[in-house]
Structure formats: C-alpha cells, structure tokens
Design a protein around this ligand. Structure first.
Ligand SMILES: NC(=O)c1ccc[n+]([C@@H]2O[C@H](COP(=O)([O-])OP(=O)(O)OC[C@H]3O[C@@H](n4cnc5c(N)ncnc54)[C@H](O)[C@@H]3O)[C@@H](O)[C@H]2O)c1
Length: 238
C-alpha cells in the first residue's frame, strides 16, 4: 500500500467482475473509499450504465459531497462483422460501451468538480485503436470512448476544473469476458489463439490493468490528461 489515493472517494462501474473488481479491490487496499456498481445483483449498487435514469438514481443516493475518482469500466464484447452486423446489437453494444461511458462522465462531473484531485479513467480497448474484423460494433464504440475521453479532458482543462480524464486500452486480459469464447471454442483454443497474437506470449491479468488505472487516478499522473495508456503485452506495437 502506497497511500496514493488514501481517503479519496472512488466510483467504479462493472465492479462485480474482472478488471472492475480488481480495480475496486486495489483502490480499497490503497485506502480509498470505493462505491462499487454493477448491473448484476450483489453486494454493490445496482447500476445499468446505459440508462440515464439509473445514473440519476445513483447520484441522488450517494452520501458524499464529492467524488475524486470515477472509473468507467463496465462493458460487454460480443462479436460481429460488417456482414452479419445487426442494428439491434450495434445499438445495444453502443449503449453500454459508449453511451455508458458518456453518461458516467456527464452525471459524475458535478461531483468531480468539487474535488481538488479529480480523475476519470475510461476503460476502452486496443479494439478502439486498431481494426478487428470480428469486433466491428465493439471496436467502433471503444473508438468513441477514446475520443470522448479527449473531449472531456479538454473541456475540464479549459474550464480549469481539477479533473483529468484519460483512457486505458487493454489487450487480451484473462477475465470472465472471455467465457463466451471459451464456451464456444474451448478454453485451451481461446487462450492459445489470443496468446499467439501477443508479443509477450501471454494474456494479461486484471490486476495489471488495475495497476495502470491506479496510476492514472493518482497524483503520479497529475500532468496527464487526454492520454491513452495501452496495456497489451506489445499487441499494438507491431
Ligand atoms: N478482458 C479483456 O480482454 C478486455 C480487453 C479490452 C477491454 N476490456 C474492457 O474492460 C472492461 C471490463 O471487462 P472485463 O474483462 O473485466 O469483463 P467482465 O465481464 O469480467 O466484467 C464486466 C463487468 O461489467 C458488468 N456490466 C456489463 N454490462 C453492464 C451494464 N450495462 N451496466 C453495468 N455493468 C455492466 C458485468 O456485469 C461485469 O461485472 C470492459 O469495458 C471491457 O470491454 C476487456
């Protein structure tokens, strides 16, 4: 523990699993107060990030007068390509992946503006930076996350708010988001195919993404805003 975010009030979406859970756990270990949210039922606030009414309800229920950190992490990653793409799926994916991040930033900014060390970290993907034939809708939405992050960063800087806004771009990380692929293609094949594409020769861990999110959320990143941090074992370096 380094005390980097001690006593800061952090909100994490999609905190019941994978990267969101690892981030919430790490933040708590670092002394932050963490508001965990997820669409699932459980020991956290219930929030569907795609629904503005859910965001309004959550903000009304928060007992703190400010937020210091917001991690917009919740996501889904179904496959599609330009030939089998279905408009309903496109809208669902965009709703969670892109609208969910925009709504999260929009609804939490009034509370973040009250912080002296505000930080938003939006979880995009390498699929938002490079093309991927089987992640067409997902990649388009994640590319939107990358761009909206920069617009928010510039807005906050221009207004002289103490709020930075950055995106992280994970490559293949071994979390339950891969479960559908593992069920369809088998666990070994799923890991093998993904590992082959990664120069470092292995999948990433949720904790390794959480470490990058912690860095961007902390004062160690105090002059970093509108930036994108890739955590992909070298996938996009080629
Ligand atoms: N695992 C990877 O390889 C990888 C790679 C790049 C980016 N990402 C991104 O990282 C983020 C976290 O993914 P993960 O790998 O931890 O997956 P995960 O499936 O383990 O966790 C995602 C969490 O988001 C929640 N969620 C889904 N839809 C939601 C909604 N509408 N509202 C609120 N919560 C919702 C789920 O219930 C779950 O707890 C996602 O945005 C994902 O796109 C993951």
């Amino acid at each position: 523990m380094t005390d980097r975010i001690k006593n800061r009030i952090a909100l994490v979406t999609g905190a019941a699993s994978g990267i969101g859970k690892a981030t919430a756990d790490l933040f708590e270990a670092e002394g932050a107060v963490v508001i965990r949210t997820d669409i699932t039922d459980g020991d956290h606030h219930k929030l569907d990030v795609a629904k503005a009414s859910h965001w309004r309800r959550l903000i009304d229920s928060i007992e703190y007068e400010r937020l210091d950190i917001v991690v917009n992490n919740a996501g889904i990653s179904p496959h599609d390509n330009i030939e089998n793409l279905d408009m309903d799926n496109w809208n669902t994916i965009r709703g969670v992946v892109l609208d969910g991040v925009m709504l999260g930033c929009n609804h939490t900014l009034p509370l973040l503006k009250k912080s002296t060390c505000g930080a938003i970290v939006n979880v995009s993907s390498v699929a938002g930076m490079v093309g991927s034939s089987e992640y067409t809708s997902y990649g388009a939405a994640k590319a939107g996350v990358r761009n909206v992050t920069k617009s928010i960063a510039l807005h906050c800087a221009r207004k002289r708010y103490s709020v930075r806004c950055n995106s992280v771009h994970p490559g293949s990380i071994d979390t339950p988001i891969l479960d559908a692929d593992k069920a369809k293609y088998g666990e070994e094949k799923t890991i093998q195919v993904r590992t082959k594409a990664i120069p470092m020769g292995r999948l990433g861990l949720a904790r390794e993404v959480a470490n990058a999110i912690l860095f961007l959320a902390s004062d160690d990143a105090s002059f970093i805003t509108g930036a994108e941090l890739v955590i992909d074992g070298g996938f996009t370096a080629r």
